[in-house]
Design a protein around this ligand. Structure first.
Ligand code: CTP
Length: 216
């Protein structure tokens, strides 16, 4: 399609935080390791990498254009601004599915007898962007605890992805926060391939190599 150095890859990583008041938030245990490993693997192929990341404790990969964000809504706006210029979009972030319906501008006192939280869904960033894709290759992730392949394939279709990386969270040592993982790499054309168990860094290389094959 284009030579390696002109491929522009947009990657999201890490969790998002949805604040309830100035000191409390909803989030998840994502460390950002998979998204960062994908960014490193893409850089090694000479691609241009835009990395949009929620709050993580990882050093910024040297060579990416780095966009730190906090909430799902901020991540959406940053990705929205970068999407049209990318060839490849990889949505590896663990976006909070819900956020508090109301933000309390002052710290809520714990002296209140009980606190009832009303939540509302966050915007689905992957589905929203994939809906307007032109030539972009769109890659999603699927975190599942049961019926891994059918659930992941349903997400691939519902979110208009070209590929989906399916994570089986019921496996010991898999998914969030682990260094290793086993995934199924599903394509819209119906093919599927199990990758791993392997270090996330090795899985990232295998995933990027498969995507690179499409961009020759
Ligand atoms: N995703 C997103 N925006 C959200 C939630 C998820 O872009 N608000 C993306 C994730 O980054 C991932 C894909 O959608 O690439 C699937 O995420 P997953 O958590 O597996 O599924 P959900 O769509 O949240 O569905 P469910 O929780 O019902 O399994």
């Amino acid at each position: 399609m284009s030579n390696a150095s002109s491929i522009r890859c947009l990657i999201t990583a890490g969790p998002t935080r949805e604040f309830l008041d100035p000191v409390r938030f909803l989030s998840n245990p994502s460390t950002g390791k998979m998204g960062y490993a994908l960014a490193e693997a893409a850089l090694r192929l000479g691609w241009n990498v835009d990395l949009v990341a929620g709050p993580v404790n990882l050093p910024e990969p040297e060579g990416t254009i780095f966009y730190p964000v906090v909430s799902a809504e901020e991540m959406y706006h940053q990705v929205d601004a970068l999407f049209d210029a990318c060839d490849l979009f990889i949505m590896a972030a663990a976006v909070s599915d819900f956020r508090p319906s109301q933000y309390l501008p002052q710290k809520e006192k714990k002296s209140v007898a009980s606190l009832r939280l009303e939540l509302e869904p966050t915007r689905d960033i992957l589905a929203t962007l994939a809906e307007r894709k032109l030539n972009q290759t769109v890659v999603g992730f699927a975190a599942e605890t049961e019926n891994l392949e059918p659930n992941a394939r349903a997400k691939l279709v519902a979110k208009n992805c070209d590929f989906i990386v399916a994570n089986d969270l019921s496996q010991p040592g898999a998914g969030f926060a682990a260094d290793t993982n086993t995934v199924i790499f599903l394509a819209a054309n119906g093919s599927n391939e199990t990758l791993g168990p392997a270090l996330k860094t090795d899985l990232a290389t295998q995933i990027i190599d498969r995507l690179a094959a499409r961009h020759h």
